[in-house]
Design a protein around this ligand. Structure first.
Ligand code: FAD
Ligand code: 2HG
Ligand code: ZN
Length: 460
């Protein structure tokens, strides 16, 4: 398509159009190397206007668009399929961060900003952007919004959706919708921004966001606890909700197997004697009574026989070391081999039954496989990842189908926080009842009638 390429080159300049195969290569594969595709080019616009002009040129030629942020997604959403002519649009050059407003409690950022940098800017003004995940050094605001990312603080603060006050988006026809309002209250018309939050690039391209900030807690208490079983972990969640619920900011579950992987693959050793499960618990507040309140809750937990062993970090350095165990779980798993990821949520009371049934079925389907479970227990979200070992690769789809079928039967979700991408689309089709699927497909048709936004991902 020489006409399109010369138009794009003219509009984006040499820094904005990448066609060299070596330079394009990292944009055509996800970070785990699970999904690969092809594209005509990688576009790197430096402004919303440039991006919109490029989208119009693509629309005129019927070329599909795959938005890409930090490429840390875990569902293949940012990897082009290459079935139809398509370009990757990287937001990497759109990185402006506005000055935080500490009284209005907002910050503005372009879509290509790294999450960590926006958090730092907020913290410099004494405020918190409470979206926290191990990939925050690479994940971008556009990707965070487009996946409605979760992370380790959802229990207290909510998902990305809860922090988006305003959005700017480029629609598939190249028109720009400027909704960068800084309002907590805005009932003037439908709140269309929520269609784009979590839409994984299937409706349009997010170019900037106004994000709500929270007060920055000046103190935190971080504990690592070993518990005998999942029932004890769930009871402990109730105990902490009763006693320190207002300040509970993370309640993370780590299986003994996952902790073992962090030790063997990353050399990080838990300072607590193992039970079946570990919990990483964080409470945060600026109020002085935080640590005594957490200590009292821990005493009650030990007295109730819910905890086998535990440690409360005595310094910020120790707190960071405990968090490092949690933050290395994905890396440790990746070092152990290519796993089958299952990012599920389900009602807490059904979690134990689901895990038992899943283990039983897996032992028949893939006896050589190992399960690596961890997750955000406080949100009912488990990462039930399967390391296949010597299992024949052709059995992978059956394993994932089995896990997703059990989740559907338990009234859960097959994508709690990572999105459908290309990885879960088929199972979403299979498991979503028609009226609900028809609704999603109708919205897709309305916003992207030619089906050129991230085809084969998220919706279809
Ligand atoms: P990408 O991977 O580039 O893209 C993700 C999706 O968003 C794709 O469908 C893409 O097309 C679309 N997209 C990207 N930018 C835009 C845009 N500007 N406009 C429209 N669509 C766009 N996720 C969680 O929810 N919770 C976690 O705790 C968590 N932890 C992680 C830990 C590790 C170590 C890793 C590697 C990943 C983790 N993730 C987690 C997944 C991932 O980091 C998030 O999904 C993140 O939001 C992706 O951001 P990104 O900029 O890398 O997006
Ligand atoms: C996390 O909770 C992320 O750390 C990644 O959502 C989960 O690696 C995974 O499966
Ligand atoms: Zn997670």
């Amino acid at each position: 398509m020489p006409g399109l390429m010369s138009g794009l080159r003219e509009r984006l300049g040499p820094a904005g159009l990448v066609t060299d195969p070596a330079e394009m290569a990292p944009h055509l594969v996800d970070w785990r190397g699970m999904f690969r595709g092809t594209a005509l080019a990688v576009l790197r616009p430096s402004s919303t206007e440039e991006l919109a002009a490029a989208v119009r040129l693509c629309a005129a030629e019927g070329v599909a668009i795959v938005p890409q942020g930090g490429n840390t997604g875990l569902a293949g959403g940012a990897t082009p399929l290459g079935a139809a002519p398509q370009v990757v649009v990287s937001l990497a050059r759109m990185t402006a961060i506005g000055p935080p407003d500490p009284i209005g409690m907002v910050i503005e950022a372009q879509a290509g900003c790294i999450l960590h940098n926006v958090k730092q800017a907020a913290e410099a003004a004494g405020r918190l952007l409470p979206i926290s995940l191990a990939a925050e050094g690479s994940a971008t605001i556009g990707g965070i919004v487009a996946t409605n990312a979760g992370g380790v603080n959802v229990l207290r603060y909510g998902m990305a959706r809860d922090f988006v006050l305003g959005l700017e988006v480029v629609l598939p026809d190249g028109s720009v919708v400027d909704g960068m309002r800084r309002l907590r209250k805005d009932n003037a018309g439908p709140d269309w921004k929520h269609l784009f939050i979590g839409s994984e690039g299937a409706f349009g391209i997010v170019t900037a966001a106004v994000l709500r900030l929270a007060p920055l807690p000046r103190r935190r208490a971080v504990a690592l606890l070993a518990v005998p079983d999942l029932a004890a972990a769930i009871s402990l969640l109730g105990l902490f909700q009763d006693r320190i619920g207002e300040v509970l900011s993370a309640f993370e579950l780590i299986s003994a197997a996952a902790m073992q992987l962090v030790a063997t693959q990353c050399g990080l050793i838990a300072p607590v004697a193992g039970g079946g499960w570990f919990l990483l618990v964080e409470a945060a507040s600026s109020l002085e009574g935080l640590t005594p309140a957490v200590e009292a809750a821990l005493e009650a937990a030990f007295a109730a026989g819910l905890v086998l062993d535990g440690t409360l970090a005595a310094s910020e350095q120790q707190a960071r070391a405990l968090w490092a165990l949690r933050e290395h779980l994905t890396e440790a798993e990746a070092r152990a081999g290519k796993s089958l990821k299952h990012d599920v949520s389900l009602p807490l009371q059904r979690m134990g039954g689901f895990l038992d049934e899943m283990a039983a079925r897996l032992s028949v389907l893939a006896p050589a496989a190992r399960v690596n479970v961890f997750g955000h227990l406080g949100d009912g979200n488990l990462h039930v990842n399967v390391l296949p070992g010597e299992t024949p690769p052709e059995r992978a789809p059956a394993i994932t189908r089995m896990v997703h079928d059990l989740i559907a039967a338990a009234g859960g979700s097959i994508s709690a926080e990572h999105g459908l991408g290309q990885y879960r689309l088929e199972d979403w089709r299979r498991l979503t009842p028609w009226p609900e699927r028809a609704l999603s497909l109708g919205i897709k048709r309305l916003l992207d009638p030619d089906g050129r936004m991230n085809p084969g991902k998220a919706i279809g």
